[in-house]
Design a protein around this ligand. Structure first.
Ligand code: HPA
Length: 256
């Protein structure tokens, strides 16, 4: 199985011809769905768990990505629910994430822990796979999915939302959208030489951007409208052959 989808908040499954599998890793066990689509088995992983029970700071990111590697996955598309701190992107919009700023604090961030495995660093010139991002933009154009643009993702520790002063700072630093989960997920995929791309569904204005407070019904509305269209685009891309000839994702490890 070479292709996987990681579903973020609001995206808990794809397809109907499914069986569930538990994958064992040294970081813990992970439950995934294996979905048969166009004759090919695709892996689906719900980032927060099927019943949305793992908060962002407690998600076992290493187990999740290791489990996908164990299944042979090379290409991952994910969805992330995000708030917008850029006036250009409004709730309901879709953006492709092309870089991140990391403000996480307490989560394990790497597979590379030195010792007998030596010291390894990971090149972050292209944190999100160039090729998968391009594929998504092409397919989105054909399927009539409007992409508002590329975005810099601010990753906070959560689970609380941000203060208005924090959002002011993130805007000044060049952030466009804010979420709590894409780091270290994208980094861990790169550490294992996988191609990874994330599509952001804007669910709300960030704190202080507009006068209203963040509302749950807005978040659910934005997710409901977009999740089907985005996963359809992922599956359309997965119909084709994907290789690692047009990106550097499997050459990012720098060993000293
Ligand atoms: N902040 C952080 N994470 C989020 C937000 C937000 O405003 N919306 C959805 N995930």
């Amino acid at each position: 199985m070479r292709k996987a989808i990681i579903g973020g908040t609001g995206v808990y499954g794809i397809g109907e011809d499914i069986f569930t599998r538990i994958v064992e890793t040294e970081y813990g066990n992970v439950e995934v769905d294996i979905v048969k689509i166009h004759g090919e088995e695709i892996v689906f992983l719900a980032r927060h768990g099927k019943s949305h029970s793992n908060p962002p700071h407690l998600i076992n990111y290493r187990a999740n990505i290791k489990a996908l590697e164990r299944l042979g996955v090379k290409n991952i598309f994910s969805t992330v629910a995000v708030g917008s701190c850029n006036d250009k992107y409004a709730p309901g919009d879709i953006v492709v994430i092309d870089d991140f700023l990391d403000f996480t604090k307490v989560r394990p961030i790497t597979f590379h822990e030195g010792g007998e495995h030596r010291v390894k660093h990971t090149d972050m010139s292209d944190p999100y796979c160039r090729n998968l991002r391009k594929e998504f933009c092409n397919i989105a154009g054909r399927l009539g999915i409007d992409i508002q643009g590329d975005s810099v993702y601010i990753c906070t520790e959560g689970p609380r939302f941000e203060t208005a002063a924090e959002i002011k700072m993130y805007k000044k630093l060049g952030g466009d959208v804010v979420g709590m989960t894409n780091v270290p997920e994208v980094v861990l995929a790169k550490e294992l030489g996988m191609c990874y791309a994330a599509v952001g569904i804007i669910t709300n204005w960030c704190t202080g951007m507009k006068s209203e407070a963040i509302a749950l019904h807005d978040i659910q509305g934005a997710l409901g409208k977009n999740k089907e269209r985005i996963t359809k685009a992922f599956l359309e891309i997965f119909k084709g052959e994907l290789n690692q000839e047009n990106c550097m994702c499997n050459k990012a490890i720098i060993e000293l």
